[in-house]
Design a protein around this ligand. Sequence first.
Ligand code: EPZ
Length: 418
Amino acid sequence: MQKLEVFGSNKLKGQIEISGSKNASLPILAATLLSDKKVYLKNLPKVKDIVTMINLLQSLGSKIKFKKKNLIIDNSKQNKNFASYSLVKTMRAGILVLGPLLAKFGAAKVSLPGGCAIGTRPVDVHLKALSKLGVKYKIIQGYVHAVAPRGLVGTKIKFEKISVGATENLIIASSFAKGTTILSNCAIEPEIKDLINFLVKLGCNIQWTSKRTIKILGVNKINQPTHTIMFDRIEAGTYLIAAAITEGNLIIKNVIPNIIKREIKTLRKVGAKIFTKKNEIQIKGNKNIKSLNIKTAPYPGFPTDLQAQIMVLLCMANKKSSVREDIFDNRFMHVAELNRMGAQISINGNKALIKGNIKFAPAELMATDLRASVSLVLAALTTKGKSIINRIYHLDRGYENIEKKLKKVGAKIRRVNI
Ligand code: EPZ
């Protein structure tokens, strides 16, 4: 086990290089199962969830090797369609192999992901939509047993709710279906556009016909693409907030500012000074942080994956604020820990009321989920003294070299084995 020791409260100054996106990498790795040849992926982040997905693909018969920061996946002998609970339980994105396995083999047995700290995390939207493509499934002892007796047959599908994972699963499955599939009420997160860019390079025929509608013509020929994963917009947003709360001056590199317009607008509203160039953002934090009322929403709304982080900033605002979590049913696990550091946040259903003018005090803390963990690091960076954050394996699921990146811009932070 490891923990982080964080000694506040330096102003962060310097440059941070953003890594590849975890949430773009996971569906693209799953989609490589469509191929029976080689696929070359660049800029994958070195985080735990990627290792877990690679282990899952290897358990399905993929031959995978790293060459510097590039990954070569050879599926010429990939022949298994059973995704075990032991691998899927730690990373709910494991359900994303269901679509490609059905597309390739016409049958699959995939463990249900189970819940996690931020909610029950059902997959009913995935399964209902797959059944419209001709999939028959049963849930037996925590596994989805799915078959497509007549193969996948294209049709019109309207998602009953906006779901990133369900959109991704269906885009991948429909790419090999017979005929045309029209998906509507799709999620439009940038990671989905990156997935589509990859699938088109793979030889698939996919196009957006309106804001949330995608048209897919089934294909069966496959190329050997090379694809560079897009930047991690949530990592970028996290470090922007780090600069805002420490009155720092950071240059965030390897980003596309236009993709995180909402986050930039939000941080300007609270008083940060932000300047953008083609692939970088400079942010200067402001001593006087203005309050704000925020609600999370599907892209291009404010991302739920930055909700815990922005809450830290709003605790330091000059008046009270509120945050409404409209995506997940239990994503306030960080509140209790922040309140132990002196925050005064009260929860009423899916709404958090946040008292301003808080000075966080150092404390020993417990991480619970990926984004809650990083909010504790952010709060600890603002205190005068030493905080300890336990169970940082949650953090390592989605942030590459977080202590190295923060140390490089002046944070006093170290990883300790316990
Ligand atoms: C993706 O999760 C991301 N994960 C999440 O990031 C992100 O928070 C989420 O999208 C929303 O943006 C990956 O991309 C690997 P959803 P996903 O399906 O696909 C409910 C992180 O921190 N729902 O859009 O699971 C669901 O419970 C992670 O990097 C159903 O009810 O999210 C949630 O309340 C956390 N039935 C809402 O919809 C379903 O079949 C949105 O979920 C599917 C989802």
